[in-house]
Design a protein around this ligand. Structure first.
Ligand code: HAM
Length: 425
């Protein structure tokens, strides 16, 4: 019979790597807590118009990449392609802004985009992200940047660059877009088809184009940073000054416009020096108008999201992952039915006492059981046959160091704990 395979662009996280995920998630929870961010979990799917309105109809994500389907009631649903719009939906729906003026929320979640799979680009991928809702202050922008950097630092990562830009706000962006259109109009025929199409709707996206022709044509184009109004310019200057004070290095990048429409003012990306073309480890920025656009009260906000698969790729590449596979404390190898019954009871006793234990479930030979114990990466094997049951003296073999001692069945838990503490703590 034909076997069924996973969907293109998705991955199984198998036991040999799930330990790396646990380590990463533990680090993220720890650092988020250190910053006063609280976890939020939103559903995997949402009403489609949340993303259409939130991210923008004309973005690649909404126009080409969403997993959208109708449920049986003919309601259009979409698997979440990103976390910010859902978090803001939940923020509004649960009146979180009325409960406290600042909400610091974070998430770790799968996301779904129907992109062409390649190294570092998948259809189901995972992000961790932080959203700081309620403050217009540059301090808030910097807080989110420091947060993601601390997560990377805690994992030992240092080979990345922070790119920074301001994309202006409603008071200066339209004027700037007109200036940009004026510059591009006589050069339109030299731009690629996609850039030509975006010329009217969103000319700033030309800066994101990777085509050599488009890059060359926009080298001397007017830049948003030179067209900010006073308030946005002051805001950006303060963000830069604060980063300087924190001795956080960054590069100004006038080409950084981001692929989602909700950004205002600060935009940033963390780019890895160890990845290929999909080198954005994470990205974010300020989105002061999104809450209002989704039907809430005007509420300034800033945040970021970062890809977990890409982070793991870099950590692996830089040999920053140690062996995180779980090991077992004790494997009980038994000979004969009576001993097997004893093993079953004893495994339960050990587990009740926080000692991880496993036993043979196939009635195998002692040799095969010892092989299984090694395969489980067990610290000790407890070997028991009828004779041992009668005498109460059992063999405890340290599998990592190939030594063995006798332990008495009367105080097995105490004896095993003593050996675990002596050898493995
Ligand atoms: P984004 O730039 O679309 O931003 O995604 C953030 C990160 O998710 C990327 O830098 C990348 O590491 C990872 N990522 C995106 N697409 C894929 C993919 N197909 N495969 C693997 N990894 C991917 C956002 O999603 C915004 N919600 C960030 C944000 C939060 N802005 C404000 N708050």
């Amino acid at each position: 019979m034909e076997t069924i395979q996973k969907i293109k662009g998705t991955h199984d996280i198998l036991p040999d790597t799930s330990g790396d995920w646990r380590l990463l998630e533990k680090t993220i929870h720890r650092i988020m807590q250190r910053y006063g961010f609280q976890e939020i979990r939103t559903p995997i799917f949402e009403a489609t118009n949340l993303f259409a309105r939130g991210i923008g109809q004309l973005t690649d994500i909404v126009s080409k990449e969403m997993y959208t389907f109708e449920d049986r009631g003919k309601k259009s649903l979409t698997l979440k392609p990103e976390g910010t719009a859902p978090v803001i939906r939940a923020f509004i729906e649960n009146s979180l802004g009325e409960k406290r003026p600042i909400n610091k929320l974070y998430y770790i979640s799968p996301m779904f985009r129907q992109e062409n799979p390649q190294a570092g680009r998948f259809r189901q991928f995972h992000q961790f992200g932080a959203e700081l809702i309620g403050s217009p202050e540059p301090f808030a922008d910097v807080e989110t940047i420091l947060n993601v950097l601390d997560i990377y630092k805690s994992l030992g990562l240092s080979s990345f660059t922070i790119k920074l830009n301001s994309v202006g706000d409603e008071n200066c962006r339209e004027q700037y877009k007109n200036a940009l259109r004026d510059y591009l109009r006589p050069r339109l025929s030299k731009l690629c088809k996609t850039c030509q199409e975006r010329f009217e709707s969103n000319p700033m996206r030309v800066f994101d184009c990777k085509e050599a022709g488009c890059i060359a044509e926009t080298e001397a184009a007017p830049r948003m940073l030179d067209h900010l109004d006073q308030a946005s310019a002051d805001h950006f200057e303060k963000v830069c000054a604060l980063l300087d004070q924190h001795q956080v290095a960054y590069e100004l990048d006038y080409r950084l416009v981001r692929g989602l429409d909700y950004y205002t003012r600060t935009a940033y990306e963390v780019v890895s020096n160890a990845l290929g073309s999909q080198n954005a480890l994470g990205g974010g920025g300020r989105y002061d108008l999104l809450t209002q656009e989704l039907g809430g009260k005007p509420t300034p906000a800033v945040g970021y999201a970062a890809g977990i698969e890409r982070l793991l790729m870099v950590l692996r590449e830089e040999k920053l992952l140690t062996d995180n596979s779980l090991s077992l404390d004790v494997f009980i190898a038994s000979i004969g039915e009576k001993a097997q019954e004893w093993a079953s009871k004893t495994a339960r006793l050990l587990r009740d006492n926080e000692i991880s234990a496993d036993m043979d479930l196939l009635g195998r030979s002692l040799k095969a059981q010892m092989k299984e114990a090694n395969r489980s990466n067990a610290k000790f094997a407890l070997i028991v046959g009828e004779q041992e049951l009668e005498s109460g003296q059992l063999t405890l073999r340290n599998l990592q160091q190939s030594e063995q001692t006798e332990v008495n069945s009367a105080d097995l838990v105490g004896a095993i704990r003593k050996h675990l503490d002596a050898k493995f703590k």
